[in-house]
Design a protein around this ligand. Sequence first.
Ligand SMILES: [Zn+2]
Length: 117
Amino acid sequence: MSIRKVRIKLLEDQKLGVLYCPVCGVVIHSKDISPACKHVVFSYIDLVGDFDTIAPKLRAVVNKAHKIAEQGETDVVDAVLNLIDSETMFCLEVVEGGEAAGGPYGGSVYLGIDFSP
Ligand SMILES: [Zn+2]
């Protein structure tokens, strides 16, 4: 079991702009996920440190992943990916960041996409 993660690293001066659902085309930016889109089954923002969107069918998986992550062997997102058994889902990871005057900044936004929700 597990689903694939596709990692996109933005260039240092790039900001995460608008993201569109690869299935239906609506805006799915982490802070502005359209309720019309059923394909985003979870979202997790590093800077927040928690899940923002969790589809009802994945709530039990996320709860289990939190327990696995508490044991310290993996992070909660990888635990979720390892627990999901699906041929129609993948995880998009968008990595933003670089070095600034105040030190390194940035983090990842993870979006679980299901082509057949
Ligand atoms: Zn969609």
